[in-house]
Write a protein that binds this ligand. Structure first.
Ligand code: GDP
Ligand code: MN
Length: 386
């Protein structure tokens, strides 16, 4: 799960990470008032969407009066902001964060990420900020310092000093950096983050070290123990199909192809996506309906698949272990009828009561094809949508 910049800054501030004062607003009037409340000659109006690259896309604007702040807000609120991370449809801006402006002397990059190969969080830092870290990693990997965080002992003082040195920070700035990094690592560990990124980390002309931007991602599997974080979820920023799927305990991830897949078990779902591609098709999604999927879940899964206009055909590949094949077949038939299925459907069932299941499908009068193997099923659905 991801959260907005203003939420991340509120969380990080609690861990002692220095951030600017700011006010989250939903209307242009509030933005004008926020400028006055901050009482600074310079403020920044920042579009709150779950995507980076807002600055370059016009979603981060410096303003010098309440009027200017209001005008900028009117230009952003309710409109889709397209950045290199949003895709062409962009994200509609519903919240703006108005922040006291900073006089920037230097911009740097700092992040803590969960590194699976290191089996620990890793601190990443680069003296060049505001840049795309992926690009820097590709073209100038030596510019990026990496330090593994010990899972129990945390980040050790010598590592913090080495990172400060890498960033060219000395004296009070190095001290300020140590405090900021300490807070960032502590927040990362305490809140079960997958990412805590500060890009840019800045030094102001007054010599302050500060997080000018903040992005945090959390491990969904640990959210149950962080109620205050879970409450920050913004469903408007998530794929509505994925949100819907979660309600029914379905593991659904939207993809870019046109063959909707309904499968039970994550491994079988992965294999199904592989075989579809092997046969020249592209899956529209990953969908694991779970080992004990019932009729209701099969129907809900169908509805979610069909709500995607890209879906031109559906492949059902289910192994009847806990659920018997005839029960699944009944679910598929009911779902196809209820949703008035109009795209080609190929069903491959295997397992307990498979013959009974196949017979139910064949006798259903529905326009569907059955298959005996995954190979055959994938070939049939790819051919059907051609
Ligand atoms: P992003 O583009 O979505 O990553 O948004 P950021 O919050 O990183 O802001 C983008 C850029 O706007 C920063 O790299 C800064 O150059 C600029 N910016 C943001 N806040 C301030 C500020 O308070 N003062 C000044 N001078 N520039 C700012
Ligand atoms: Mn940024």
């Amino acid at each position: 799960m991801n959260i907005h910049e203003y939420q991340a800054k509120q969380l990080l501030a609690k861990f002692g990470v220095p951030v600017s004062r700011g006010i989250a607003c939903r209307t242009a009037d509030e933005v004008g008032k926020a400028f006055a409340t901050l009482g600074e000659p310079l403020a920044v109006v920042k579009a709150q969407i779950h995507a980076g690259g807002r600055g370059k896309a016009g979603g981060v604007k410096l303003v010098r009066s309440a009027d200017e702040a209001r005008k900028v807000a009117e230009g952003l609120l309710g409109k889709a902001l397209v950045t290199h991370q949003t895709g062409p449809e962009g994200r509609v801006v519903k919240t703006l964060y108005v922040e006291a402006g900073s006089d920037i002397a230097r911009e740097m990059y700092l992040a803590v990420v969960m590194d699976r190969s290191a089996q620990a969080p890793v601190v990443i830092a680069a003296a060049e900020g505001g840049v795309d870290i992926e690009e820097l990693a590709a073209h100038k990997p030596q510019a990026i310092a990496r330090h593994r965080v010990h899972p129990v002992k945390g980040l050790l003082p010598f590592q913090t000093r080495a990172l400060a040195k890498h960033l060219g920070l000395a004296g009070d700035q190095a001290k300020g950096f140590a405090k900021l990094l300490g807070g960032l690592v502590q927040a990362f560990m305490a809140l079960d983050c997958s990412l805590a990124e500060v890009n840019p980390l800045i030094v102001t002309k007054q010599g302050e070290v500060k997080a000018l931007d903040a992005k945090m991602g959390f491990d969904d599997n640990a959210l149950f123990r962080h109620k205050e974080v879970a409450e920050l979820r913004d469903l408007g920023e998530e794929d509505p199909k994925e949100v819907e799927a979660k309600k029914f305990d379905l593991n659904y991830i939207a993809l870019t192809g046109n063959i909707g897949c309904m499968v039970n078990g994550a491994g079988l779902a992965m294999a199904t996506m592989d075989v579809i591609q092997l046969k020249g098709g592209m899956p529209a999604n990953f969908l694991d309906v779970g080992g004990g999927a019932n009729k209701q879940q099969v129907t809900n899964a169908f509805k979610i698949l069909l709500s995607d206009p890209n879906v031109k055909g559906i492949l059902v590949n289910i192994f009847g272990g806990i659920m018997k094949c005839d029960t699944i077949a009944e679910g598929v038939i009911a779902a196809a009828r209820e949703t008035r299925l109009s795209v080609p459907l190929v069903v491959r069932l295997e397992g307990t009561n498979v013959e009974l299941g196949r017979k139910l499908l064949q006798d259903s009068g529905l326009n569907l094809q059955t298959a005996r193997s995954l190979d055959e099923a994938a070939e049939k659905i790819v051919a059907a949508i051609r």
